[in-house]
Design a protein around this ligand. Structure first.
Ligand SMILES: [Zn+2]
Length: 273
């Protein structure tokens, strides 16, 4: 699943290709990808809109158009490819945006879990899906006080809360494992039991690790490619994720793998007590 750094990489790649280009028309082969508005309105509204800027909020890609914003979530396997009219449509290409220079931007998704919304530009942060989301890792409002407030009634493991997109957006499973390892916090620790000092570390390492991952182009686990032919390097920098047969780089204890709320969690039982 693409995580925030991969989505940021995709955003930067698309921005280079798309800014100042016009969407002439959208052809939709699998209507369930479009969550809102209804299909005919989606196609009507996006017609002849120019793409001015690419943005991202959490794992949502935001295409800023003249009057609207197109929100796109890649979920498990969504990808964007550039093709031309001559290229046959593959069975996994569900939405095709015809551009003003003859290229086509095609949304490809083998699992079909991805979703798109076309919303009035001024509304995007006030209506779902973005209105339900928490803070971006680099938001100045993300403070120890904010986390204390959000976590005060939560007795579930901190690992689960780090994945909760209504608290901080964009921390996926790989990064949650790495962040807790760097903070020396047990993934099982009850969320409301974290000290101010620990919360400070969580904020610090969330920013540090995600920034580093963005600079390296994401982690690229399995089939995910931010852009064709470009692999992320961050995977080489993972300390615990996927390392259950390896020793902790700090203390030499074997890394453990356990499931927390259905998600694979890797940790050092000695460093993360
Ligand atoms: Zn250790």
């Amino acid at each position: 699943m693409p995580e925030l750094p991969e989505v940021e990489t995709v955003k930067r790649g698309l921005e280079k290709e798309l800014v100042n280009h016009k969407v002439l028309k959208a052809v939709i082969y699998y209507p369930n990808i479009i969550s809102a508005p209804i299909l005919s309105e989606f196609q009507q509204q996006i017609k002849n809109q120019t793409i001015h800027k690419m943005n991202r909020y959490g794992k949502w890609l935001i295409f800023e158009l003249d009057d609207y914003a197109l929100l796109s979530h890649l979920r498990m396997e969504g990808k964007y490819f550039f093709r031309t009219k001559k290229d046959p449509i593959s069975k996994h290409e569900h939405v095709v945006f015809e551009l003003d220079d003859g290229r086509e931007l095609r949304y490809h998704d083998t699992r079909k879990f991805g979703r798109m919304y076309l919303l009035k530009k001024e509304d995007i942060y006030h209506v779902p899906p973005l209105s339900k989301l928490g803070l971006e890792p680099w938001d100045n409002l993300l403070t120890v006080k904010y986390l204390k407030e959000k976590l005060k009634n939560k007795t579930i493991p901190i690992k689960t809360c780090l994945l909760d997109q209504s608290i901080i957006v964009g921390i996926g499973n790989i990064y949650a494992n790495e962040i807790l390892f760097m903070c020396h916090i047990s993934p099982f620790k009850k969320s409301n039991k974290l000290t101010a000092k620990e919360l400070e570390k969580v904020i610090e390492y969330t920013r540090k690790i995600l920034k580093e991952a963005i600079e390296m182009g994401g982690s690229t686990i399995r089939s995910y490619h931010p852009r064709e032919g470009v692999d992320g390097l961050f995977q080489q920098r993972l300390f615990v994720h996927g390392k259950e047969h390896e020793k902790c780089p700090n203390c030499g204890t074997m890394i453990q793998k356990k499931f927390i709320n259905g998600r694979s969690s890797y940790y050092c039982p000695c460093c993360q007590k």
